[in-house]
Design a binder for this molecule. Structure first.
Ligand code: BGC
Length: 732
């Protein structure tokens, strides 16, 4: 049975309940109560509240569920929600890190594990995945999402939904997923959290809505409204998008939930006079569940009357909520077996997240220093040498902690002499510590620098205006470089960083993000070559904070530059100097910065090398009619492992529509595949190209019109954004 369909019994049950519910009971169902004290929570449940946040154990869930099922008039079971973002007990890499794996299977499998652990404790609903595209790494929440690209985000989001929801929500190990934050939240002005995110319909449709469209098609159970405004309208009151696009145009059959106090926030936004006005506007706009618990007063009496809300809108909301409960099998099985609650990672769970962690690492640069041979005398420095802060944003106190890298190294390599000299912390440090590192480095065979951002500097309400390494860590790296001892920098962070102050001085740099419970083991695996670093960046790394937003799928502008960073004053005489001189001056660039990011989207090395040959198409043209009929062509390339080790290549296919009625991105990722290739082996990698990959939302004519225009397309296929082979394709 389709995951979204109900049995006849469940349908009757939902309709029967709807018929017998009072107005107060209906409105009580329409809320998820956010952090009340436990005594108060029980009163709310008696008043018929529909959903609660996880009360921290299977036993507590059963106790509250018993009140709902056995001690209320209608006996409707509770939805039990929680932010299970990248793990419940066993923590997987952050979503941004897992996006770097370019491996949807990793995302699905870790989400499945998270679902099983959370469900065993009675959670039946998670507020994940976050599928906000973001091109601004100042925004701390980039760590919760899958980066700057709508296609990568859509693929990873759908994988996570499959992992949480499984084939059937009724399975004990399945939980309902929520995609968030609908929509545009990642476009916050200045990268400041909760800020205005105004944008054109063109950008909205072609970039920000795309992952949500894919998630709806994947059958996601719920969608969470965002805190931002678009066109001055806060999303919690945005009828055109919540109802018009999500429910009417896309046919989303799940539940739209508000974000925490997002309804109440309509008052400070300045679009609602008071809470009642805010509630009225939100429900009318299409919100089904309010997060915060303000639709009823403490006695459970509905705050809004039937004059203030259309009865059929309320019925629609309650029908969606009851349907979700039925899909989860809660009416038949409201309780969870307490003895089966998983409270710590199993060996298999640890192995899974360790492999996921290694697969998420990205080799930013390497002169051959990596992988390292751990022998002799090794100096460990930087705040992350001894820190255990590896879980990353959005993990809770009950998560299984990580150890430190120094601890991991000492236990796995007892014969190596490790010296630890912190050198710098995350904040203001004593410059004398840098001196100590310089002295300690003398006579060492290798220095490993573990630098980065503590996890509280990314995530919600954690925007930064300067993306360099905090504290004196840049100085630390330069001090290590000055010693002449070979060294490696390992970065542990929640967002793209600005590395220009030290990157040229570092022989090898590994991006290791916040990798979760097994981070130290995975990092050591990769450093030593026991595992391959074959991830690719899901977001561009800017050269400076002032360059943001910098992202690969930008438009060409009318004046694309060929060089940047030319501060010297050149006299340009428009009349006499000739077009070449004029042409270069009046181009789109910064005078004080080279063009392009420090590291591109899709960038990443490995411990072996690959050659891409014989790019080809099964046909070099297709008619629009054939495309409209679902016909596709196949794009293929041969990939040979030309290096000395087995390894993974991430083959990427980008498209550029050369002439279109509206400016198109210079490249747009439309397919990718991570493949294992053994030494000397050649494999063929193929992708399908059809309407989805060649078309765009033409919002000029009608916002809901997806079209493929005739003309020439350039296809780029290869192992990175730039080192790609070109093909030409015609749509006639
Ligand atoms: C966040 C959401 C989260 C919710 C519940 C909000 O502040 O924006 O992403 O799901 O809290 O914890």
């Amino acid at each position: 049975m389709n995951n979204e369909e109900l049995t006849a019994t469940d349908r009757d049950r939902v309709e029967g309940l709807l018929r017998s519910m009072t107005w107060d009971e209906k409105l009580a169902q329409m809320q998820v109560v956010f952090r009340p004290d436990l005594a108060e929570l029980e009163r709310w449940i008696r008043a018929g509240v529909g959903a609660i946040f996880w009360p921290r154990s299977a036993a507590a869930v059963n106790a509250f569920q018993r009140v709902a099922v056995e001690q209320t008039r209608l006996g409707i079971p509770l939805l039990v929600g929680l932010d299970v973002i990248h793990g419940q007990r066993t923590i997987a890499p952050t979503p941004l890190a897992m996006a770097a794996s370019f491996d949807p299977d990793v995302v699905e499998r870790t989400a499945r594990l998270a679902a099983a652990e959370a469900a065993s404790g009675g959670v039946n609903w998670t507020f994940s995945p976050m599928i906000d595209v973001s091109r601004d790494p100042r925004w701390g929440r980039v760590v919760e999402g899958f980066g700057e690209d709508p296609y990568l985000t859509a693929v990873m989001g759908a994988a996570m939904i499959r992992g949480y929801q499984g084939d059937d929500l009724r399975e004990r190990s399945s939980i309902a997923a929520t995609v968030k934050h609908f929509v545009g939240y990642g476009h916050a002005e200045g990268g400041r959290d909760y800020n205005t995110a105004d944008m054109s319909e063109h950008l909205l449709r072609n970039v920000y809505l795309e992952p949500f469209r894919a998630a709806t098609a994947a059958g996601v159970a719920a969608v969470m409204a965002a805190f931002n405004t678009i066109g001055g309208k806060p999303m919690h009151a945005h009828r055109r998008l919540l109802t018009g696009v999500l429910k009417d145009e896309w046919g989303m059959r799940g539940v739209i939930v508000g974000d925490a106090d997002g309804v109440g926030n309509l008052v400070p936004h300045g679009v609602a006079a008071d809470l009642l006005d805010a509630l009225r506007q939100s429900v009318r706009a299409g919100l089904d569940v309010e997060m915060g618990g303000s639709l009823t007063d403490r006695g459970g009496r509905a705050l809004l009357t039937s004059e203030q809300l259309p009865a059929d809108r309320v019925d629609d909301a309650v029908r969606r909520i009851l349907t979700l409960k039925a899909r989860l099998g809660l009416f038949d099985q409201p309780y969870v077996p307490e003895s089966a609650e998983i409270t710590e990672p199993t060996r298999q769970a640890r192995a899974l997240v360790r492999a996921a962690a290694a697969r998420s690492t990205v080799l930013l640069k390497n002169d051959g220093t990596l992988p390292v041979n751990l022998a002799g005398r090794i100096l460990l420095t930087g705040p992350y040498a001894t820190s255990t802060d590896h879980l990353g944003a959005w993990t809770q106190s009950f998560a299984a902690p990580a150890g430190s890298i120094a601890g991991e190294l000492a236990s796995r390599y007892p014969r190596v002499t490790f010296t630890i000299e912190p050198g710098a912390g995350f904040y203001d440090d004593d410059p004398a510590d840098l001196q100590a590192v310089a002295s300690a480095a003398a006579g060492q065979d290798l220095v490993l620098v573990f630098a980065g951002e503590p996890s509280h500097l990314s995530g919600e309400a954690a925007s930064r205006s300067d993306l360099r390494l905090p504290g004196r860590q840049e100085e630390l790296i330069r001090a290590v470089a000055a010693t002449g001892v070979p060294f490696v920098v390992v970065l542990i962070n929640g967002r793209p960083l600005v590395t220009s102050g030290w990157i040229d001085a570092a022989p090898a740099v590994l991006e290791a993000w916040h990798l979760g419970t097994e981070a130290p083991a995975a990092i050591v695996d990769v450093l030593t070559g026991a595992a391959e670093p074959a991830g690719r960046l899901p977001m561009s790394f800017p050269r400076s904070t002032g360059q943001i937003p910098v992202y690969y799928a930008h438009e060409n502008t009318g004046r694309a530059a060929t060089t940047g960073g030319t501060m010297r004053q050149e006299t340009v005489d428009i009349g006499l100097a000739g077009p070449a001189n004029v042409a270069e001056k009046y181009t789109s660039k910064y005078l004080d910065l080279e063009l392009g990011p420090q590291f591109d989207f899709g960038h990443g090395g490995g411990y072996t090398t690959f050659r891409h040959t014989n790019p080809r198409l099964s046909a070099d043209r297709l008619s629009r009619a054939a495309l409209a009929n679902g016909e596709q062509v196949e794009v293929s390339v041969n990939v040979t492992n030309t290096g000395g080790r087995d390894g993974d290549e991430v083959v990427q296919l980008y498209v550029r529509d050369l002439v279109s009625s509206v400016a198109q991105p210079v490249r747009l990722l439309v397919a990718f595949g991570r493949r294992h290739v053994t030494v000397g082996e050649t494999i063929t990698v193929s992708f399908e190209l059809g309407t989805e990959q060649l078309g765009f939302w033409d919002t000029e004519a009608n916002p809901a019109r997806f079209t493929v225009e005739p003309g020439t397309f350039t296809l780029y296929i290869g192992g990175s954004l730039h080192s790609t082979q070109e093909l030409t394709f015609e749509v006639v």
